[in-house]
Design a protein around this ligand. Sequence first.
Ligand SMILES: [Zn+2]
Length: 411
Amino acid sequence: MKDKVSYWTIRRRSQSTVQSWSTNIPDEYGHDDVDEPLIRTESPIPPHGVSRVAATHADETNECGSAAPSPVQFSRSLMKQDTTYSDDDICLYDYDEEDGLKIHRFSDSESEDMVGCDSAENLSDQIAAWAISEKVKDTAVDKLLKLLKPHHPDLPVTSRTLKNTGYQAADIVNIAGGEYVHFGILNGMKHFENEILASFVDVIDYHVNVDGLPLFRSSGTQLWPILGKIVGLQCPFMIGVFCGPSKPSNVNEFLRSFIEEATVLKTSGFTLQGTAFRAQPVCFICDAPARALLKQTKSDTGYYGCDRCAEKGEYIQGRVTFPQLTADKRTDDLFANVAYEDHQLGRSPLIDLGFGMVSGFVLDYMHLVCLGIVRRLLHFWLRGALTVRLSARSVSLISQKLVSMRGSVPS
Ligand SMILES: [Zn+2]
């Protein structure tokens, strides 16, 4: 037994080896001509894009008059913590083509968290994280792995294998005329495990955003991400993403994985570190085309396009208007029974979630005010009838003032 070196001794030795290696790396392994980092964090869905879509769409402000719950379900300290999220904290996804397999992983913070973890298998994660942060060449990492291998038989032999640590094949399914990957609601929420555990709530409310974005000018390829965001936190996470030549041709297929998981999380719930939780979507935040797709209703420009009331629109000067002020309001119950024949094209699968299909689809500030009324007014002021149009001088004055304020307002 005397010869047997304890695990902790081996571990200490390897750590000091790693440390001395890292400080002794000559400049030839320098930082200028580094290979690709072992774990890339670039994403085909730029973090900023993800952030922009959800942060703006998931604006807390809504005019839905719905039962959307108070956002302050988490403690104040949590809200404060929350503001310190950087883009790096956003769930990033890496896509790569290796052997015909598309792979993805949750990025960065996970692997960084691994540093300091006590599990033996995390040594390779630690080396990977160290190699990335120090921008060590693959050849140098290979040499280090060779040195460590006798002490840690489980370590990979090459940096290439190390590179695959944490990667897993994503299930890409062909549905609704395109490809879909379901990353998972729970997977996304697990990035906020500490916040959830500190929140003292049993039921986690989350917002959902679905939107279609064109990918290229040259083709009609569209990306339809389903994003989630825990109420009270700012950072969104990816639930699933559809990519195809046009919008999902079948909303039942598009939403199937989401609805199945959302139903389980809502009814059976899940456990985090031994604590039981349930999670439920409390509102969907979408623009008008996405709303019509998800709710299976007629377009917002149709005669029965109003989400909130049953009034038939009037066609005036090239557009449908809704002049009545006292029309019957639509209700969740009638909608769930597909009673609005003029308005509903079919039965939305979201009804099965037990979700308020009228009250739960909020009408948000960004789409109604910023991109709606304000844009329309600008159009009138710049290109409208002469009676309301601003003079060229006024426009240039306003422009100058806006430019001078640029540094002081959010983009
Ligand atoms: Zn209306």
